[in-house]
Design a protein around this ligand. Structure first.
Ligand SMILES: NC(=O)C1=CN([C@@H]2O[C@H](COP(=O)(O)OP(=O)(O)OC[C@H]3O[C@@H](n4cnc5c(N)ncnc54)[C@H](OP(=O)(O)O)[C@@H]3O)[C@@H](O)[C@H]2O)C=CC1
Ligand SMILES: O=C(O)CCC(=O)C(=O)O
Ligand SMILES: [Mg+2]
Length: 737
């Protein structure tokens, strides 16, 4: 539940591992900030919180929750915003239905998710759920462009303490496979709107029979907006997948598909569903009707398919026969039999491909052993990044984190830029025909012929965010002097329009010679050459590559993207500080529940906290916040210098221990500083107590580990249970107060 006051800083209530970490860290932050008069509020953007806020009608007053996401969405458009944003679940359908089930079991009268809505009432419920599904939080909050990089201290630490890297063999059979054509990349057309063309537009489907269906109406487009349309052919996709299954088998390697069904919540579950159908093609051919009657929807994954057909012996026999003839499968969890195709949100490309590359091009097979892998990334817009990276490491061997430079990112993200804002304008073609965009002035902007099942989408990027992004890039290049590359492909419709903004802006600023423009493949090679030589680069990218590269490079350079500094300079003057560039680490929760050890690293929170306090100091002229910030920076440095980050193994220090050390170093720094005598006096006894009680506190934290733990729910755990699990040291709690 959230506070309603008007705090200096808003900290988000989220899901999974970061939310567990907050149960321990937030009381420390509140206590320390409170001593300086800095208030910390919370807003609940968790999956369960959003479901509860969306369906209040049958809930009791005590169960109801305000729509915190909507409130935060307004806050980030104001200069007052100062938000620390932790990662939240972007739910796939299986996750959404599991969360609903859990809430229902807790006595919340929430409707079931209608898989196949028929009545108007079911369709209305489905539409409300669809607004919660997938990446529904980040696009609302990200009212600014993205600045992600490793803080200097974090990068230095990684160079001094290089993580383990898998070895790359030059004859590795691992490779990326993408469609030979007729994909989003090949079919894209784009234009930048003039003043005459602006206004509410429509998207229409024209059937071969002459009928017109309006797919979207009142679509607001403004002057200077880059508007593109494209489609991916369903037939071409099916041909490609069938061939890749055979090719994988012939190569004797693992089959895997990598996409982002969470963020691309309309297009990618459909593509994933095609892969599930291709994998079980003979079964779907023979038992299609029976499977339909059992409610099978391949878009929900193989796990859901198997669950629904398991009572039918004939279908199960056909599944077994089919799978026996398939290549080996890349596994999410070989111990539990969870395959790449089980759940659409289990394999998320930004995290999965870098992990495979870090491992030397190896995936996990069903036998629990590492093997070379065919990485299927159907569309060619961004697949070349991974393809080129893999080729580079085959030729040059793995990156050496001890000597590698860094790739920072300046990402175009504001106002639902590009693909990540395209959900409301993505459609599966209902039949053969044409899908077109009709502008307010009646002009047809783009018209593309499609076949039934093709995935058509329109993306846009607005002028103000584009200009703001170019300026951000100029500022960062000026500040660092690094190599600076705009990752834009002049042969792609959308990118060619963006280049028309970039070139004149760089000329006008007199800095054109400091920047280059390269297509993703060439930019990947150039950046890898740069960091291999120990130098640094800034990748100035669109929204998707912002996401992909801020996992890829950190995972190679630092071992993880959790330690990244991730700043969103909100366009109306506020600041949002994301904690790292990774997600909510479901695997960490599994481990925590089994053995009460939380390996989540809060480095992202530590970095975001200092930034947020510095921002408060700057915009509100709050000198005490500046002192707190400097202390938090020292504490972060202490965590790195003395190696206080969590270990992965039960029985060794975990997330909670790192919070103790953070509190201790922070208190020591505040006690030692001479800028604010009042704060120094306040923190001196706290620092002393934390030092004196070190052995007791660490013993109490250690004693908690090693047994299963109950937190009263996965998506909607019990706040008290979470708090007592995450704050097991009475001695520490008493000092924090
Ligand atoms: N900003 C946001 O809101 C984001 C949300 N997400 C959401 O998060 C969920 C999980 O996404 P997924 O793609 O699996 O990516 P994650 O980043 O959550 O997990 C991938 C792996 O990265 C490592 N990792 C991530 N964060 C940390 C951390 N703080 N400390 C230590 N290790 C870390 C873990 O490795 P190991 O297991 O080896 O320890 C983890 O298993 C999804 O629901 C997704 O939609 C994803 C990205 C961003
Ligand atoms: O919103 C999401 O689903 C994921 C966001 C993400 O991966 C990122 O911003 O790095
Ligand atoms: Mg990401």
């Amino acid at each position: 539940m959230a506070d309603t006051s008007n705090p200096d800083i808003v900290y988000t209530v989220v899901d999974e591992a970061p939310e567990l970490a907050s149960a321990s860290l937030l009381p420390i932050i509140r206590s320390f900030a409170g001593a300086a008069g800095v208030t910390i509020g919370t807003k609940d953007i968790s999956l369960a919180g959003r479901i509860i806020a969306t369906f209040p009608e049958k809930l009791t007053d005590a169960q109801r929750q305000s729509d915190d996401l909507a409130e935060l969405g307004e806050l980030v458009k104001t200069p007052d915003a100062n938000v620390i944003k932790l990662p939240n679940i972007s739910a796939s359908v299986p996750q959404l239905t599991a969360a609903v089930k859990e809430l229902q079991a807790q006595g919340y009268d929430i409707p079931d998710y209608p898989e196949e809505p028929k009545t108007d009432e079911e369709k209305a419920i489905r539409a409300r759920f669809d607004a919660i599904k997938g990446s529904a939080v980040n696009p609302v909050l990200r009212e600014g462009n993205s600045d992600r990089r490793a803080a200097k201290a974090v990068k230095n630490y990684a160079q001094k303490n290089p993580h383990r890297m898998g070895k790359w063999a030059s004859d590795s059979k691992t490779h990326v496979s993408s469609m030979p054509g007729n994909d989003f990349y090949a079919n894209e057309v784009a234009a930048t709107l003039t003043a005459d063309q602006a206004g509410p537009a429509k998207i229409e489907f024209l059937g071969k029979d002459g009928s017109t269906t309006v797919l979207k109406d009142g679509w607001k487009l403004i002057e200077g907006e880059v508007v593109d349309a494209t489609f991916l052919s369903a037939k071409a996709l099916d041909d490609f997948l069938a061939k890749e299954i055979e090719a994988t088998k012939a190569d004797g390697i693992l089959f895997s598909i990598h996409m982002k069904a969470t963020m691309m919540k309309v297009s990618d579950p459909i593509i994933f569903g095609h892969a599930v159908k291709a994998w079980l093609a003979p079964v779907f051919e023979k038992f299609g009707d029976e499977m339909k009657a059992l409610g099978v929807n391949p878009n929900s994954g193989l796990g859901d398919v198997l669950e629904r057909v398991k009572g039918n012996a004939d279908i199960m026999a056909a599944v077994e026969a089919c799978v026996a003839g398939r290549p080996g499968m890349y596994m999410v969890n070989s111990d539990k039999g969870i395959t790449n195709l089980h759940v659409p949100s289990d394999v998320i490309i930004d995290a999965s491909m870098p992990a495979l590359i870090r491992a030397g091009g190896k995936g996990w097979g069903a036998d629990g052993k590492e093997a070379d892998t065919n990485c299927i990334i159907p569309d060619n817009c961004y697949a070349p990044v991974y393809d080129e990276a893999i080729e580079f490491f085959k030729q040059n061997g793995a990156l050496n984190p001890a000597t590698a430079g860094t790739v920072q990112n300046v990402g175009l993200m504001a106002q639902k830029a590009e693909e990540y804002g395209s959900h409301p304008t993505t459609f599966e073609a209902p039949a053969d025909g044409t899908i077109r965009i009709v502008l307010a002035n009646g002009e047809v902007l783009h018209s593309l012929d499609v076949e039934a099942g093709d995935i058509w989408r329109a993306c846009t990027a607005k002028k103000a965010p584009i200009e703001n992004w170019i300026q951000l890039a100029i500022d960062r290049q000026r500040l660092t002097g690094y190599q600076a590359i705009f990752w834009l492909d002049e042969n792609r419709g959308h990118d060619a329009e963006i280049i028309k903004y970039v070139k004149p802006a760089l000329e006008a600023a007199g800095v054109a010679d400091k920047f280059t423009i390269m297509a993703p493949r060439e930019a990947t090679r150039a950046s890898l050459e740069t960091i291999t030589a120990g130098n640094d680069s800034i990748a100035i990218t669109g929204n998707v590559l912002r996401d992909y590269l801020t996992d890829l490079f950190p995972i190679l350079e630092l071992g993880t993207s959790a330690k990244m500094l991730s700043i969103v300079k909100l366009m109306n003057g506020g600041g949002m500080f994301e904690t790292g560039a990774g997600g909510s680490a479901p695997k960490h929760v599994q481990q925590f529940l089994e053995e009460d050890h939380l390996r989540w690293d809060s480095m992202g929170e530590f970095c975001a906290l200092s930034e947020s306090l510095n921002f408060l100091a700057e915009v509100k002229n709050n000198a005490k916040a500046a002192v707190l910030a400097a202390g938090a920076e020292d504490a972060t440095q202490g965590i790195l210098d003395f190696d206080r980050s969590p270990s992965r193994k039960v029985g060794e220090p975990d997330n909670r221990d790192s919070h103790y050390w953070f509190a201790r170093y922070w208190a020591e720094a505040l006690a030692a500083q001479d800028k604010d005598a009042e704060l120094a006096a306040h923190f001196a006894p706290i620092a002393k107590a934390l030092a004196e009680k070190e052995a007791e506190i660490l013993a109490e934290l250690a004693a908690a580990q090693g047994k299963p733990v109950d937190i009263g729910g996965y998506y909607h755990g019990d706040v008290t249970k979470k708090s007592s699990a995450m704050r097991p040291s009475a001695t520490l709690n008493a000092i924090i107060g």
